[in-house]
Design a protein around this ligand. Structure first.
Ligand code: AVJ
Ligand code: FE
Length: 347
């Protein structure tokens, strides 16, 4: 029957609005599931001086959604303007910020629901435009759930089955990459973070890169300790300084992020996506960088302070961890789920 065919067709190809709403709610279910087993005390405590209380992440996720989807996209007033300051919404003029306290766990969850019901309504009524702001908001929540897992790991509160690190398969070998040029960064069109653009040509001299990340067994031989997990799984939670020292001791170095991206996009690397991989590169904008649309996403971190990490970890959503995605952290930090892969100049 014609109407059945139409219904089937509609079910198979949801509108951009339905897709965005579906992804937003799926993301939210996972965020809430991650904290469902925690007490109010677990959610409110400062577990580490470098991490926010988990309840702050929840309130911040809601404030960010309200700012970008209700306020910026749909032109509504902020639902709770007095919270803009405490949740660090750079985009909000200081004049409209109050000095409210961060919300407690239950209040933060209620705020998440209130913001979501308003954004759902506006998306259904006004559409998603090119979808970019929705994708940014989804990616933001997904990135914060990785940050929250870092906090949970420090507190010894990760759910059963996590961290999920698997033994690496196949030989540990060097891959020789000849000199040549490649296109670095995200192509124009579609969603990407500002720091992945513009795509540009990069010339590289010949180099070699390890097919696999460094394992726990190799790391234990280096630092004289016991393997931190399965001997053949990638080492995780090492700092850039430690990674650099390991590479030195092996007569090697860290890959530049350009070398990493060339090898990864050329299909040459194994074990990508279990641990973030420290690179030798500082975090800078690509030539012609334009901050957009969230001005404080990357640009304020450019400079010699931060090192770039590539590839994504066991805690990173597939929606976020593309081969052009750039992460960054300070070189002394070990809370990030990061290991390393060796590189060297061509022999
Ligand atoms: C890209 C992971 C470094 O957590 O500081 C979250 C992502 N930006 N909220 C961070 C982000 C704003 C960012 N990292
Ligand atoms: Fe954030």
């Amino acid at each position: 029957m014609a109407c059945t065919a139409t219904a089937t067709h509609q079910a198979a190809t949801p509108s951009p609005e339905e897709q965005a709403l579906g992804a937003l709610s799926e993301t939210r279910e996972r965020t809430l599931a991650l904290v469902a087993h925690l007490t109010d005390e677990d959610l409110s405590r400062v577990h580490s001086p470098i991490m926010s209380p988990l309840a702050w992440d929840l309130g911040h996720i809601a404030a960010y959604e309200d700012l970008w989807l209700a306020h910026r996209h749909a032109g509504l007033r902020l639902l709770r303007p007095e919270l803009a300051g405490v949740y660090d919404a750079f985009e909000t003029p200081r004049a409209v910020r109050g000095d409210a306290e961060a919300l407690g766990p239950d209040e933060a969850r209620a705020y998440m629901r209130e913001v979501r019901s308003r954004t759902s309504r506006t998306i259904a009524q006004q559409g998603v435009g090119d979808g970019g702001l929705c994708e940014m908001v989804i990616g933001h929540e997904l990135q914060h759930t990785e940050t929250m897992r870092q906090t949970l790991a420090i507190a010894g509160l990760l759910p059963a089955g996590e961290p999920h690190l698997e033994p690496l398969m196949g030989p540990d070998e060097w891959i020789e990459v000849p000199a040549g040029s490649f296109e670095m960064g995200a192509p124009a069109g579609g969603f990407a973070y500002d720091n992945e653009r513009p795509r540009h040509t990069v010339e590289l001299t010949a180099f070699a890169i390890a097919r696999r990340p460094v394992t726990n067994a190799s790391w234990a031989r280096f630092d004289g300790g016991a393997p931190r997990g399965h001997p053949d799984a990638p080492v995780c939670n090492v700092s850039w300084f430690q990674a650099q020292a390991y590479a030195d001791a092996r007569g090697a170095r860290l890959p530049s992020e350009a070398e990493w991206e060339r090898a990864a996009t050329g299909g040459l690397l194994a074990g990508v996506g279990q641990v973030w991989e420290w690179t030798g590169s500082h975090f800078y904008g690509y030539p012609g960088f334009v901050a957009h649309p969230y001005r404080e996403y990357s640009e304020v971190f450019f400079g010699e302070g931060y090192r770039v990490l590539r590839g994504g970890s066991w805690a990173t959503s597939p929606r976020v961890k593309t081969l052009t995605f750039r992460n960054w952290d300070l070189p002394q930090r070990r809370q990030i789920f990061a290991g390393l892969r060796l590189a060297r100049d061509a022999s």
